[in-house]
Design a protein around this ligand. Sequence first.
Ligand code: CA
Length: 760
Amino acid sequence: MRLGSRSSKWYFIVAVAVSMVSTSVGQKVLRAGTAAKKESTKNVEWVNTGLDAGETRYSSLDQINTSNVSRLGLAWYYDTHSALGALEATPVVSNGIMYGTLSWSMVFAVDAQTGKELWRFDPKLGRQNFPLGPDGTPDPTKPRTGPSPCCGAVNRGVVVYNGKIYVGTLDGRLIALDAKTGKIDWQVHTTDPDSDYTITGAPRIAGDKVIIGNGGGEYALRGYVTAYDAETGRQAWRFYTVPGDPSKPFENKAMAMAAKTWTGNVWYKMGGGANAWDAFAYDPDLDLVYFGTGNGGPYPQIVRSPEGGDNLFICSILAVRASTGEYVWHYQVVPSDEWDYDSVQSLILANLNIDGKARKVIMQASKDGYFYVLDRTNGKFISAVPIVKVTWTTGLDPKTGRPNIPASSFYDRNSAGVWLTPSGGGVHNWHPMSFNPNTGLAYVPAGSGGSEWFAVDPSFKFKEGNFNWAQLRNPPTMINGIRAMAKQNTPPPPGMNEADGEAVARPAGATSPGAAANTSALGRSFLVAWDPVTQKAAWSVPGLNGGGTVTTAGNLVFAESNDGHLVALSADKGSKLWEFKLIPGLASPMTYMIDGKQYVSILGGGTGNGRLFTFALDANTPLPAPAASAHGSSAPAYTEEQATRGKAAYAQSCTVCHGDTLAGIGENPALTGSTFSATWNGHSAGDLFELIRTTMPKGSPNTLKPDVYTDILAYIMQVNKMPAGQDELKNDPAALDRVIISVGNGDLPRDAGQARPGPR
Ligand code: CA
């Protein structure tokens, strides 16, 4: 292709930037000043999960653009052989090598031009937390082998810096690997190995430091962010996000300030939450690291801070000095949060012209439904508008941005609980958004957020190692009668569809030039192009909130459909220009250039069938179905009697989230139908058994007797029309691994029950 002068200049800039970022880039990267002349050796890397320090996911590559994206084809794929769990990482590319993470914090390195595997790294995590005793409940006499992840053994990627690959592992380690060999250079425990802290987010680089947060709010653990010297692993600073025991000296003035917003004397004994488990951004000019914090723990404020208070810094956006870890400013997105409206979603830095003034802003499309724009120099509120209809607040103070949260939204003040929109699953979760400076639009993979019933769990007792929610959401008691009471006291909001538990709110002012005819999907999930200056939707397309987005100088946005298509749209208008069927459960795409050729890559799939897909213009590599992952057979492996027992157990423990028909509810995946078959066909019953046992029932995994898990599995097999036989499915790992799942596609609609796993 021919490059215009603007593009050539860009490549010059990139080549300079790249050679500064990494001294080991090698011969493929041009020396500064020659890039414009030798197109065939141009290389443009993607070393940070959000691409740049401002996390824009905007690539200045334009070789693939609106005029030729229809010629995009598969260049290569890589079967990741990932273990059970979803894939959520954005791959990165440096020095011709692509790096990424799989479930269970595994790291891979492949040739970015061919997909040939170069090395893999397995941190060898313990794959269960409390080993089961004979009665099927955790046995306190056996050593635990790892933390209890709230939401699957996922990982959202690595960062590359100065010849090292950094990964945070599920068991709380930060590991620096040699980029060439995958061998450990250094590793540190960033959390207490005997606790339930987890790491699923990608590390970031700020100056010469590597920054890492953690998860654990669902266990009420005290959140914090730590910076380490990237070269040596020596700790540089740690910033706690909620105060500790006020009878002891506070770590800093910010903690003393925060402690004044807490009441009672229990939060610091349990932990308090506010974990920074996903988004970070960095402004090197301001020397600021930004991050979002999650829910307070336990969820209901009456349990953690009985006399109320804002509970700083839960559900907040914070800025700390990158060099020292010193507090600089905060904006609390949801004061007193008790709905799990984590404020950890993508943080993007941009320079916008607002009311005639150039503003340095930070942006977030929140789980709580609003799109926030703040001044990133001082944290001052600029504007926020809800993407969809929400009911938790009656609106924000236009000067301070503080939301007015009516008493009727607090379920700990309403004995019958409350209906609210959005649900705790939220309108926009970890799925990365992107921002294109040419269009001025942010591309948010979002959803209606649904509506949810929240109530205090009256039987709650804090217990280390357990989910410490203290909250009921759409609980069984509701189905058994409280629902009627709830409807009397706090009727579902207008537009609430009680049949499927989803709101039908639409993006405010949205139009849908690229939309399919099925507008009902708009209420469930959509990709919205949001203008942060006017705070309005420019366009939206239903059904596109699979993983995350990347946008380019080629006027493109890449996004994913819920049923596993990678889709390219024009960035300015949202016209669909290209799509390619891959696999359900796509993560977030990225793009890079090697030897003058632009590529687009994305991870997808999950348990056993995870793949890395890479596209280029005019490529046409065939894509075979994933190979069966194990030796075994689909011969009858359970009995009708066992399935009947399993049906009863399912009704008791699973129906509330997965539905009577196993069709899934909200973000709880379908256990039958096309998504289920695409995910599980060819994989062993042992894999499915382990996933169910280690994550279910939600809130108290590992608590059913082993035989009950096999019974439920038998019932799932029966519903999926796998034939019954003479022998029961046994709780024996070797036997379970020999049973291969083979089910039909079912007839569920395209995005019914699509799993959107990951921390909440
Ligand atoms: Ca949370």
